[in-house]
Design a protein around this ligand. Structure first.
Ligand code: ADP
Length: 720
């Protein structure tokens, strides 16, 4: 009997294996049939011929024509991967992961082998990888250790129309690289809507290839007036389509995750309330940048039969990700955009009107497989008169400190940052703002020359303030803590419900952390993040502990991974110039977290604020003084005597209903004084030019913090 049982087991296992292989092959076969229909493949010969003859080619093609998934494969097939890998950059992390997964499937290989991806803090590539999808930020970082990017034979800057800050900088860099490696590097710039002429001109009139997509006609209709609530209008329109229109998926453009979640639950509720059998089945799916991988897969899986999908997406579905099966598009006409104001150092996350180019892209999503319909929830007059022609490039609405540090750290002799070859130049004001910030945190000296500290900072995949904090923390023996804070800040947005959001609704609520969670001991948010992680560490990284404390497990695990990577990078840097003290396991038991707070004060030297009782808030110190408040989500509160700290540093300034400091930490006056003195020395005109070669023993090098005896500070709190 045992033998028989064993035989049955063996045969079942054998059959299972055959089925697995068959299923896999069938999937690959089905994919190949679908791929064959992609417009770009009909131009394979023309593309190869043009690429063979030119170092730079611009390729314009309708979204979904196959640029992201097929170009790399075309070049791979024709042998370009024999002399190096193909890099395909994506402005969004989620697109890099999703497209690489798709290409691995199409080529029938395991993700991470021949096809892989690299995004910040996550590298899924191996020595065998010859097609690598990576974020534009990761490619910039790679160019620091390998300035000529010699491992690549082809670099494809995909989604260039998004005009992300990093892609714009990469374009400038490619121009230089082409001069250096004209014989063995091909650069392709691909875009759905980009002004091809402009890019071609930028690259000495390189050829432009247009890949005509087969878009079916899309009937566009407009609302008679601006809706009071675009969530409610979208809901009504979507249900109206579901009840009255023939089959076909509905793609609804919302502005962000909050709106998406609201609309998804309203839609589900409404669909449930429809009479059974009155219309086909329905499936409501969200689609945005921070969607967990298992949810992304659902969006790309074929829908069940006789079922209409409602895909509620951010502008990620405009061009970055193509969802098949869409016939109806509902366009709210808005997008959430982060804007930086260099004169105030303030970020605002604004819901703004989309551009006409975006509106047309959105409409186009309805006509990919058959004639479709697009419902614009705004009047035709708004489309014509109010919408901008094209979206303002990110370089003109971002803080440039990180990018300027990057450019300064490239060993390009005598580069004048103010004259760098940008496709669209940022404003002088924002470049100067970046230079001032870098000067205050010792990354450049008063002549604009990068210092040794600046060089070290550029090796860390962190924003300049946090990179500087880590270097300082190493000097003050609290690197262990600072690594945790930096890692936790990089996931903080997804960690605690209510911590991240800057929406008006959360402003009203003060954060009440679950009772078991620490509260930063009165020092502020950075310390709270540290304490949370340390508690978790003590539970041996228990998943249940995260769940019990209402913390996102995925976020915490990611923080752990980020922390490990940052620690490794710091160890590697140690081999060069830094003396990383090997105190990884030592837990600093200081109750006042003085060393850590002091390091934060140095790192955030350009993000300081002083208590202003008269205004019942704070005044930022530095280039421009302005009134700000501690964000209601902060754990920094008045103490029992109603006192608030005299001085704080903040992670960012955001402007919503008022100007708020997010993630705040108390610092001491005697740490602030030298920063203010340094500010007085600042001459912005001298900062912009200069050689980027680090000068031996510059003043800033000597400024690497010495371990002066730390004086005990008396409390710097004043009556609120
Ligand atoms: P483009 O870059 O021109 O917008 P893509 O190469 O991204 O076009 O898409 C080509 C086709 O591949 C589309 O039909 C799209 O739906 C499909 N596709 C792309 N990425 C994925 C994915 N991650 N999963 C499933 N299908 C995908």
């Amino acid at each position: 009997i045992q033998l028989e049982g064993f035989r049955v087991l063996f045969i079942s296992f054998f059959c299972y294996q055959i089925c697995e292989v068959l299923e896999f092959k069938t999937l690959a076969f089905a994919l190949r049939i679908r791929m064959a229909n992609l417009p770009i493949l009909q131009f394979e010969d023309k593309i190869l011929e043009t690429v063979n003859q030119n170092p730079v080619v611009v390729i314009i093609g309708e979204t979904g024509s196959g640029k992201s998934t097929q170009l790399s494969q075309i070049l791979h097939r024709s042998g370009y991967t024999k002399s190096g890998a193909i890099a395909v950059t994506q402005p969004r992390r989620v697109a890099a992961v999703s497209v690489s997964r798709r290409v691995a499937q199409e080529l029938d290989v395991r993700l991470g082998d021949e096809v892989g991806y690299a995004i910040r803090f996550e590298d899924r590539t191996s020595e065998r990888t010859c097609i690598k999808y990576l974020t534009d930020g990761v490619l910039l970082r790679e160019s620091l250790s390998d300035p000529e990017l010699k491992q690549y034979s082809v670099i494809i800057l995909d989604e260039a129309h998004e005009r992300s800050l990093n892609t714009d900088i990469l374009m400038g860099l490619m121009k230089r690289l082409i001069r250096l490696r004209a014989s063995n590097l091909k650069v392709l710039i691909t875009s759905a809507t980009l002004d091809g002429e402009k890019v071609s001109k930028f690259f000495s009139d390189c050829p432009i290839l247009n890949v005509p997509g087969k878009l079916y006609p899309v009937e566009i209709s407009y609302s008679s007036e601006q809706p009071k609530s675009y969530i409610e209008s979208s809901l009504r329109k979507a249900i109206d389509i579901h009840v009255n229109e023939p089959e076909g998926d509905i793609l609804i453009f919302m502005t962000g995750q909050d709106d998406i979640e609201k609309l998804v639950s309203k839609l589900e509720e409404k669909i449930q309330s429809l009479e059974v059998g009155s219309c086909m089945d329905a499936l409501v799916l969200p689609l945005h940048g921070s969607l967990p991988p298992e949810m992304q897969v659902r969006v790309f899986s074929p829908p069940p039969p006789n079922c209409r999908r409602f895909i509620v997406a951010t502008n990620i579905a405009e061009t970055s990700l193509t969802v098949d099966g869409v016939v109806y598009v509902i366009d709210s006409g808005y997008v959430k955009q982060r804007q930086y104001n260099p004169s105030t150092g303030m970020y605002s996350l604004d819901v703004v009107q989309i551009s006409r180019v975006q509106a047309n892209q959105r409409a186009g999503r309805a006509g990919r497989t058959r004639p479709g319909k697009c419902y614009r929830l705004y009047p035709l007059a708004v489309y014509h008169d109010n919408l901008l022609d094209a979206t303002v490039p990110e370089i003109q609405r971002s803080s440039l400190a990180g990018s300027v540090l990057y450019l300064k750290s490239l060993d390009l002799p005598d580069i004048d940052i103010l004259k760098f070859d940008f496709l669209d130049s940022p404003s002088l004001e924002s470049l100067q703002d970046a230079l001032k910030q870098l000067f205050l945190i010792d990354a450049i000296d008063e002549n604009g020359t990068i210092t040794r500290i600046g060089k070290t900072m550029s090796e860390l995949p962190l924003e300049p303030s946090l990179a500087r904090t880590l270097i300082e923390a190493n000097e003050y023996d609290c690197l262990t803590q600072a690594l945790t804070v930096a890692a936790m800040l990089s996931v903080e947005g997804t960690l605690l419900p209510g911590r991240s959001k800057s929406s008006k609704s959360t402003e009203k609520k003060r954060k009440h952390p679950p009772s078991e969670l620490p509260d930063g001991s009165g020092w502020g948010d950075h310390i709270q993040l540290l304490q949370i992680y340390e508690l978790w560490d003590q539970t041996d990284y228990s998943i249940d502990w995260c769940k019990d404390n209402n913390l996102q497990v995925r976020g915490m695990l990611f923080a752990k991974d980020v922390r490990k990577q940052l620690s490794q990078i710091m160890q590697k840097i140690a081999k060069g110039s830094l003396d990383v003290r090997r105190k990884e396991r030592r837990r600093d038991r200081e109750h006042d977290y003085k060393n850590l707070r002091k390091s934060l004060c140095v790192g955030y030297a350009s993000q300081l604020a002083e208590r202003s009782i008269r205004h019942n808030g704070y005044k930022t110190l530095g280039f421009k003084s302005q009134l700000v408040q501690v964000h209601p989500s902060s754990v920094l509160r008045e103490d029992e005597e109603g006192m608030l700290p005299n001085y704080v540093v903040y992670h960012e300034l955001i402007s919503t209903s008022r100007a708020f400091m997010r993630n705040v930490c108390e610092v001491e006056m005697q740490w602030v004084t030298p920063i203010l003195q340094k500010l007085e020395k600042l001459n912005v005109n001298k900062l912009s030019g200069g050689s980027n070669q680090p000068v031996e023993n510059t003043q800033e090098d000597q400024n690497i913090p010495k371990k002066e005896g730390l004086t005990d500070d008396s409390s710097s709190r004043i009556q609120a």
